[in-house]
Design a protein around this ligand. Sequence first.
Ligand SMILES: *[C@@H]1O[C@H](CO)[C@@H](O)[C@H](O)[C@H]1NC(C)=O
Ligand SMILES: *[C@@H]1O[C@H](CO)[C@@H](O)[C@H](O)[C@H]1NC(C)=O
Ligand SMILES: *[C@@H]1O[C@H](CO)[C@@H](O)[C@H](O)[C@H]1NC(C)=O
Length: 454
Amino acid sequence: HLGDRTMRLRKQREVVAEVLAPLRLSVTELEKLRNLMRREMEKGLSKETNSTASLRMLPTYVCNLPDGTERGNFLALDLGGTNFRVLLVQVRSKEDGGVRMKSEVYTIPPDIAQSNATELFDHIVSCIMDFYHKHNILGTSLPLGFTFSFPCSQIGLDKGILLRWTKGFSAANCVGEDVVKLLRDAIDRHEVVALVNDTVGTMMACAYVDQKCEVGLIVGTGTNACYMEEMRNVGTVEGDEGRMCINMEWGAFGDDGCISHYITPYDEKVNSESINPNQQRYEKLISGMYLGEIVRYIMLELASRKVLFKGQQPPTLKTKDVFPTKYLTNVEDPGHHYVCNILEELGMPVSTEDGLVVKEVCHTVTSRAARMCAAGVAAVVEKIRENKRMTKLDVTVGVDGTVYKMHPFFAKQLQDTVTILAPNCNVKFLLSEDGSGKGAALIAAVACQNKMPA
Ligand SMILES: *[C@@H]1O[C@H](CO)[C@@H](O)[C@H](O)[C@H]1NC(C)=O
Ligand SMILES: *[C@@H]1O[C@H](CO)[C@@H](O)[C@H](O)[C@H]1NC(C)=O
Ligand SMILES: *[C@@H]1O[C@H](CO)[C@@H](O)[C@H](O)[C@H]1NC(C)=O
């Protein structure tokens, strides 16, 4: 029977290698992906071609990075879903404690999220008032940065038109309106100075401590990036002087089909079963919302080819999201063999070999995500370097998100691959937490400084 077992294992090895092969990208394929990203960036920046680009390359009207000398108290509002945060951010010198924050979380009840503009923004104001009472700052008027995590078309630093509601919101009389004006109409005591995307906040929070930071990156449930672009390259905004932060909305990279070569049958399954088929194609290869699902479809394939779970397809494995991305993190934990515990809990008939196979699948899927993400980062930093006409560039990327923070090797794989794909840049990644709080306040701080007469 030893012969049988050897045969079985050999077959398992062969089939696993065959199934995983399209996920193992060569450096050449990654370079191609980087070049495609670069092409789409140029397309999105140009006035003539922006309408057909999969990267929207949105102007943010954030034109300056903090230099570490900003001081003062700021208010940050963070509306990203049912949780609404109010933060008091005290920006001090490093010796004096640096950036300090006090915050409260309020919930937006569904009946208010689905009511109308008046109801929603009045509720927001009552939360702010409560915050003022609790923190004893009644009577003060603080500059305010507003992180509003819904799709907006930004037409000024303090002007953004809501394009559509997402995440269970549907309040009437908001879509098509300037959300900063809606907020201002509800509170007349504050100067709302900036509308903020969390990616931009991540870059700003990092730039406050590291002057080389010119890129913001998020790899969490979703993924997105922003960076400082020369105005002369931004065809979609008037003016050639100085720089502006561009929100790439890079999750949508490839929605025009330009990365179809990289998409496997498992990715296709994840895509077609998602709530937004054919949108956010790059994000669906990289971010936390999808990695577990990719692994699940690969396990199903291996089971149907009789090399996993004794050739049965365990019923639980057919349930959407039964293998969340946090399992990919646990499975890779070097000190433990969580893989068998997880599979047992899911009611799978596991053997040691099966455990190893599942671990390999997880490893391959995460590794591909990190390397594809690196191709994007490489395109961005190389463009910054060329903009500056430098032969060698030192640049820092401010980064946040659960996948980056929690996974045991994602960060290292990302770093290593960027080093290969952007050989003329020395890229440092710096964890930059709470862009929507700290970063939003810093955007307000920089905006205020620029308004002060010289
Ligand atoms: C908003 O909703 C409230 C409560 O349902 C209602 O009293 C109010 O008239 C509505 N306002 C507008 C502008 O529709
Ligand atoms: C800003 O960030 C949020 C959350 O990451 C995202 O959902 C939204 O679409 C972003 N972009 C714009 C242009 O508002
Ligand atoms: C994008 O392209 C369209 C079509 O060419 C053009 O009308 C529009 O002005 C461009 N967008 C911006 C923001 O300039």
